[in-house]
Design a protein. Structure first.
Length: 255
């Protein structure tokens, strides 16, 4: 069993070169369209576009699938459960509703995953300060949180290996598996709180936040390609909704 290794996109890939704020804005636009649409066609079209965009990330599809398979499994489970346990309605309508919900969750997860997996955390913190004008505390706090995600994933895997070495096995019992997972989650939470406390003390000892402003070592600007990414996300979202409206399947989530 190999320990967790973070995803590292090719630096020259189109999405890897894009401004982090532009990628977050594009992801937010697609997520908004997915959240507001309750039909299966709109999320289906957006998911197809996101799958095509994987080639622009510089990430190997196999590595991306190895990291994101829980998201795929969750979307599939939600779709099946919504179809099987839906309120009394025609079978075809329940199937369409379940497929639509599963695709929506999958699209939302994929949009966020592609935006974050192709973004260097330091570039993200710099762009948040320069483009969105966030305070240094908020931006560096975001940097620390993103930096710790691979660390926590690695610790989760280490906890699983430690329990396996001690002979702790759930067998085929889902209750035992849930109990073991809860224990691992509690241990991970305690470790995260301790690490956050040490990190905060180290930053205070180095004088972080003592001055009202901070200089920028690496300037980040919005280029033509970044604006094109945002406009492309708008066109994709509008096109998916428009096609769904044209075929008469689009439904507003609160409608």
């Amino acid at each position: 069993m190999n320990l967790f290794t973070p995803l590292r996109p090719v630096p020259g890939a189109p999405l890897a070169r894009a401004n982090p704020v532009a990628k977050l804005a594009a992801a937010a636009i697609l997520m908004s369209a997915l959240f507001l649409s309750a039909d299966p066609i709109t999320p289906g079209l957006i998911v197809l576009v996101l799958l095509a965009a994987v080639s622009l990330t510089g990430l190997h599809p196999r590595d991306l699938l190895a990291r994101s398979w829980p998201l795929l499994l969750a979307a599939l489970a939600v779709g099946i459960l919504n179809t099987v346990f839906a309120p009394e309605r025609p079978a075809a309508e329940s199937l369409v509703s379940g497929v639509g919900l599963g695709l929506r969750l999958l699209g939302i997860a994929m949009a966020g995953l592609l935006a974050l997996a192709t973004t260097d955390p330091t570039d993200l913190a710099d762009a948040l300060q320069q483009q969105l004008h966030l305070s240094p505390r908020a931006a560096v706090g975001t940097l620390a949180a993103v930096r710790l995600l691979p660390v926590m994933a690695g610790e989760w895997q280490t906890l699983a290996l430690a329990r396996r070495a001690r002979g702790v096995d759930a067998g085929r019992s889902p209750l035992a598996a849930a109990r073991i997972a809860f224990g691992m989650l509690l241990a991970l939470l305690v470790g995260a709180v301790r690490r956050a406390t040490r990190l905060a003390m180290a930053m205070e000892a180095r004088g972080f936040g003592a001055l009202p402003c901070r200089s920028v070592a690496r300037p980040h600007g919005m280029h033509v390609g970044d604006w094109a990414l945002i406009v492309g996300a708008l066109l994709i979202a509008a096109g998916a909704v428009g096609i769904s409206l044209a075929v008469g399947s689009w439904r507003f989530i609160f409608g």
